[in-house]
Design a protein around this ligand. Structure first.
Ligand code: NAD
Ligand code: ZN
Length: 253
């Protein structure tokens, strides 16, 4: 048996022994769909600095830059489809092994893999649409892009004049309270926490796997690189998510 086969078999046993699992995902689960992550050597942060929420609010120039980046990344985001890792997670949920997936991702690929909207807990929001920061009115990306291409900027909310921003949570922006509470409840109800593709450095999100472990759950980390929580985990697999999860859950496509 190869090391990889042994690790997958161990993960399969842990899943079988679990009464209720929770899955926690980061950008790494979507790289196999062609969406770059942040912290890999080829990730987004190797190319550009993040724009903090306060700077977005304060600076029209940085808002323009944020929209420029958003529209530049659109073709890749739009072309992305769920991969084997997403499908394996969907199967775990469909079979009732896990009640929901907690994700830091903003790409909507868990929903696209067939997981019902209410079983995806988005900690960092969603980049597939935008909203007004004051009155929450929703705006579609296509319409904003057309305005941006025409006028060189995205204007304020037509209802209240507030600033429009993608429905994501930027650095420095408050976490969505309802999602945080739901994530905590899921974590505390689980006896197994499976972390897929997160460098586990962005807090408070990265606190959830720690919380699960502190509450007595077993902790599995599947990630190409080492993470700060590896020493705490019951099983660490430094390999690609699609093969590992697909193998463990029996999803071969
Ligand atoms: P991160 O970039 O910090 O870490 C991703 C980790 O996944 C890295 O350690 C990398 O080695 C690993 N990885 C990449 N591809 C992998 C694969 N196929 N198999 C196994 N491991 C793989 O991402 P993060 O921890 O999610 O952190 C940060 C923030 O990135 C989040 O807030 C999220 O909102 C944002 N983000 C989201 C997307 C997305 O929605 N797809 C993309 C980029 C960034
Ligand atoms: Zn408004």
């Amino acid at each position: 048996m190869t090391d990889q086969a042994r690790e997958i078999a161990e993960l399969r046993r842990m899943i079988a022994a679990s009464r209720r699992a929770v899955v926690f995902t980061g950008a790494g689960i979507s790289t196999e769909s062609g969406i770059p992550d942040f912290r890999s050597p080829t990730g987004i942060w190797a190319q550009m600095k993040p724009i903090y929420f306060q700077d977005y609010i304060a600076s029209a120039a940085l808002r323009r830059e944020a929209w420029r980046r958003k529209f530049a990344s659109e073709p890749v985001m739009r072309a992305a489809e769920p991969n084997r890792g997403h499908r394996a997670v969907a199967r775990l949920l469909r079979e009732g092994k896990a009640a929901s997936v907690i994700t830091q991702n903003i790409d909507g690929l868990h929903q696209a893999s067939g997981i019902p909207e209410d079983q995806v807990i988005e900690l960092h929001g969603n980049s597939t649409y935008a909203h007004c920061l004051d009155c929450s009115r929703r705006y579609e990306i296509d319409a904003l892009r057309e305005a941006f291409e025409r006028e060189g900027e995205v204007h304020g909310c037509t209802a209240c004049g507030g600033l429009i921003k993608t429905a994501t949570v930027s650095f420095g922006q408050a976490m969505p309270e309802a999602a945080m509470l739901r994530a905590e409840a899921e974590i505390l109800a689980a006896d197994l926490c499976i972390v897929l593709g997160s460098s586990l450095v962005v807090y408070p999100a990265a606190g959830f796997p720690e919380m699960a472990k502190g509450n007595g759950a077993r902790l599995v980390i599947v990630n190409n690189e080492a993470t700060g929580l590896d020493p705490l985990a019951d099983l660490v697999i430094h390999r690609g998510i699609g093969d590992v999860m697909g193998g463990a859950v029996g999803v071969n496509y």
